[in-house]
Write a protein that binds this ligand. Structure first.
Ligand code: SF4
Length: 332
């Protein structure tokens, strides 16, 4: 992953934090632009859609002020706003574009101690809970710049109760393998067929290395899951997803197959994605398929119910043939 940035936008107070200081040294050769608030950078909001790839080359450094947890009912009990939002990669369907539009560039928040303090306190309320910390960014990617995941996994293992979890599309797991995690972090790797990764998940790790990374973290004792997500019903989807499941069956380790679970999420898309992608990536695959998709309000599209059912039956069938030991937690 090319993690070069062109410019840094920063809140001055962020430089009073240890991580802020570290980043100041790390990116000292880049132009630094002072901002009032990471949520409001008028010159960037005003950019044209075609500038989306350029915006992704910016790094924003600030302090997270909103710490509101959202209840969740899938793998985790809570979605936790954590140490970053946005991402340097450019998956054409990225869910963050719905929230941040063109401004889904990488923002790093320097107040990690404060965020983890709150999480640890919350982990002692009621029954043990699972906290999703990666719903706003890709923490494995972020960790290559900040080391925040290392800090979080180890400190939560010592002081927290319940579990943390995050999904990723990246393979840079080496720094996580030797950590004292005490099984309290559930690592979930996201998979798609290699052709889809190359054409649609721009800037993420290849399939082969994601498989290797998942095997490695399972070997290091982390609880693991795999996501087939988002399922994109391209014209030859049955062939591509059928082959993906066969490859996973051939190459995932016995430990992953014995202990892991599966999540499946079908793609949703939006008017905003379509507008940005049409202008920023005119030659890229067209993801808005009016034949198979239907509007769900607020400019969002998802696959029609009958199309979803066909996909669900196909995937369940293939998975039971090839990865039958792994429970499917949900298909959404
Ligand atoms: S890796 Fe995740 S966060 Fe980054 S662009 Fe892709 S979907 Fe968005």
């Amino acid at each position: 992953m090319n993690m070069k940035f062109d410019r840094v936008y920063y809140e001055p107070d962020a430089l009073n934090y240890e991580l802020g200081k570290k980043l100041q040294v790390k990116y000292k050769d880049l132009p630094w632009v002072e901002i009032e608030n990471h949520n409001r950078i008028p010159e960037l909001t005003a950019s044209a859609n075609r500038d989306f790839p350029k915006l992704k080359r910016l790094l924003i450094i600030g302090i997270r002020k909103t710490h509101k947890y959202v209840p969740n009912h899938k793998v985790s009990d809570w979605l936790v706003p954590f140490t970053s939002s946005g991402c340097r990669a450019m998956c054409l369907y990225c869910y963050l574009v719905c929230n941040y539009n063109k401004c889904s560039y990488m923002r790093l928040f320097v107040n990690r101690e404060q965020m983890l303090d709150k999480l640890i306190r919350k982990s002692y309320e009621g029954n043990p809970q699972t906290f999703e910390i990666g719903s706003n960014s890709d923490l494995v990617l972020e960790n290559t710049i900040t080391g925040n995941l290392i800090y979080t996994i180890e400190r939560f293992a010592r002081e927290g109760r319940g579990k943390l979890t995050f999904p990723t599309k990246f393979d840079m797991v080496e720094p996580l393998l030797g950590l004292e995690h005490r099984g309290k972090t559930i690592f979930r790797m996201s998979f798609n067929p290699e052709k889809i990764i190359q054409r649609i998940e721009l800037g993420t790790s290849p399939l082969e290395s994601r498989i290797r990374a998942l095997n490695d973290v399972a070997e290091a004792g982390y609880p693991v899951g795999l996501l087939i997500a988002p399922v994109i019903l391209v014209p030859d989807w049955k062939k591509q997803y059928g082959e993906l499941i066969e490859q996973l069956s051939d190459e995932l380790s016995p430990k992953v197959k014995k202990e892991g679970f599966i999540e499946i999420i079908l793609m949703t898309y939006s008017f905003v994605h379509n507008a940005i992608n049409t202008e920023a990536f005119p030659n890229a695959a067209k993801l808005l398929d009016k034949e198979k998709m239907t509007g769900r309000g607020r400019g969002k599209y998802s696959y029609r119910n009958d199309v979803r059912e066909e996909a669900e039956v196909f995937l369940r069938d293939k998975l039971s043939q090839h990865l039958g030991t792994m429970p499917i937690w949900y298909i959404s």
